[in-house]
Design a protein around this ligand. Structure first.
Ligand code: MTE
Ligand code: MO
Length: 383
C-alpha cells in the first residue's frame, strides 16, 4: 500500500489515525521538557510520508509572478545564512475532542498535545526570495504577486490525490523579522521524514497548517492559494454555521493562532489523595505575542493565583523581554493543596491583553478548530 514505507515512531505516542499517521504525545511527556524531543513532537499528516532518496537531486522550484524563476538545490539553500528559531507549532485542531463533547465536530480527535516546541534551523524565506529578485520587506512584485504559495510533494485525498499546499502573504514571507524559515534541521538534527525531510516551511506564530512539509515548489501568486486547506478547511466559523448552511467563501483562512494554554500534569479526571499537587502545563500565543500571565484556579474559576512561568530551563520568563523567544511557548507551574474534589482551571493572558474564552460553547465551530477555552480538569479525592 501507499503506507508500506512509513518511518518508525515512538510507541508511547497516542495514535489518533494510522493512515494517514496522526499522533500526539501523552500530556505528561509533552511538558517533561521545554524543547519537545522530535520523537514526542505531534505528527499531523494528510497522506503517506513521501520518500526523498537522493537529497542531491532534490530541488525547490520558485516560479510565478517573478522575472526570473529559479530551481534551488539543497546546496543552494545550505549556502544561505543559517538561522535558528525556537518556535511552537500548533495544529488548529488541538483540543478538538473537548469541543466535540458540546456538539460533534469534524476532524482528527486531538487531546491537548497537538502542539510542540522545537528549535528549527534553516534559511530565511526572505533570503531565498531575494535570490529570485524580491527585495526584503516587499509587499508585491512588479507583476502583481502578493502571496507566496508552498506546494508539497505529498499526495492527499482532500486535493484529489494532489499535493498539500498553502500560502502566506508576501509581506510576511519577505519580512526577515517574521522569521519564516525553510527549515532543514529540527532540534539540531537533520529534519526527519515525519516532519518534512529534507525541507519544510516554518511560519512562526501561525497555525501549523501553513508550515508546509516536503516542499516541492514556491509560487508567487496574486491571490491567496486556492487549495482545499486554505479555502475549504482551517477557517473559523461562528457557532450558528452548520454543514447545511456553510458558505466557505465568507471567511478568510485562519493564520495566527489565539492565546492558548493547557494543563498537562493532570488528566481530565484524576483520583488524588488529599495534599499537595503540582499543576504544570504550557501557554503560548500566536503572532509573536508573548505570554503575560498564567492564572490557575482550584475552585472551578472563582478565585485565581498566578503560576510561575519558565522559558529556558530554570530561568523565569519575562514577557516581551529581549531574551524571551517570542515565537515559543512558556511552561507554567503552580502548587496547590487539594482538600476536596474540585475543578482545576488554567487560563493565559498574552502581552496584548487577550484572554482565553471561559467556555467552549461560545467558540464552537463545525470544523472544531481553535479550541482555546479555559482548560479544566477534575480532581476527585480517593485512595
Ligand atoms: N505539509 C504537508 N505537505 N502535508 C501535510 O499533511 N500538515 C500540516 C502542516 N504541513 C501537512 C503539512 C498541518 S495541518 C500541521 S498541524 C503541521 O504540518 C504538522 O506538522 P508536524 O507533523 O511536523 O507536527
Ligand atoms: Mo493542523
Amino acid at each position: 500500500s501507499d503506507y508500506a514505507q512509513e518511518p518508525p515512531r515512538h510507541p508511547a505516542l497516542v495514535v489518533n489515525s494510522k493512515e494517514p499517521f496522526n499522533a500526539e504525545p501523552r500530556r505528561s511527556d509533552l511538558v517533561s521538557s521545554y524543547v519537545t524531543p522530535v520523537e514526542f513532537f505531534y505528527k499531523r499528516n494528510h497522506g503517506p510520508i513521501p520518500i526523498v532518496d537522493d537529497v542531491d537531486k532534490y530541488s525547490v522550484y520558485i516560479t510565478g509572478l517573478i522575472g526570473n524563476p529559479k530551481q534551488l538545490f539543497m546546496k543552494d539553500i545550505w549556502k544561505l545564512p543559517k538561522y535558528t528559531v525556537t518556535a511552537t507549532l500548533q495544529c488548529a485542531g488541538n483540543r478538538r475532542t473537548a469541543m466535540s463533547r458540546i456538539r460533534k465536530v469534524k476532524g482528527v480527535g486531538w487531546d491537548v498535545a497537538a502542539i510542540g516546541n522545537a528549535i528549527w534551523s534553516g534559511a530565511k524565506l526572505a533570503d531565498v526570495l531575494e535570490l529570485v529578485g524580491i527585495p526584503k520587506c516587499s509587499h508585491a512584485t512588479p507583476s502583481g504577486g502578493k502571496h507566496v504559495e508552498f506546494v508539497s510533494i505529498d499526495k492527499c485525498k482532500e486535493e484529489n490525490g494532489g499535493p498539500y499546499k498553502a500560502s502566506i502573504p508576501l509581506s510576511q514571507a519577505a519580512n526577515p523579522e517574521a522569521d519564516v524559515l525553510l527549515a532543514y534541521e529540527m532540534n539540531g538534527e537533520t529534519l526527519n521524514r515525519d516532519h518534512g525531510y529534507p525541507l519544510r516551511v516554518i511560519v512562526p506564530g501561525v497555525i501549523g497548517a501553513r508550515s508546509v512539509k516536503w516542499l516541492d515548489s514556491i509560487n508567487i501568486i496574486a491571490e491567496e492559494c486556492q487549495g482545499f486547506f486554505m479555502q475549504k478547511d482551517y477557517k473559523m466559523f461562528p457557532p450558528s454555521v452548520d454543514w447545511d448552511n456553510i458558505n466557505w467563501s465568507t471567511r478568510r483562512p485562519q493564520m495566527d493562532f489565539p492565546v492558548q494554554c493547557a494543563i498537562c500534569s493532570l488528566d481530565d479526571v484524576n483520583m488524588v489523595k488529599p495534599g499537595k499537587i503540582t499543576i504544570k502545563g504550557y501557554a503560548v500565543s500566536g503572532g509573536g505575542r508573548g505570554i503575560e500571565r498564567l492564572d490557575v484556579s482550584i475552585d472551578g474559576g472563582k478565585t485565581w493565583v498566578e503560576a510561575s512561568k519558565l522559558q529556558k530551563p530554570g530561568i523565569p520568563y519575562i514577557s516581551d523581554s529581549e531574551s524571551s523567544d517570542k515565537w515559543a511557548w512558556v511552561l507554567f507551574e503552580a502548587e496547590a493543596d487539594i482538600r476536596q474534589s474540585t475543578e482545576i482551571v488554567a487560563k493565559a493572558v498574552d502581552i496584548a491583553g487577550n484572554v482565553q474564552p471561559e467556555n467552549v460553547e461560545v467558540i464552537w465551530n463545525l470544523r472544531g478548530i481553535l479550541n482555546t477555552s479555559w482548560h479544566r480538569v477534575h480532581v476527585r479525592i480517593g485512595h
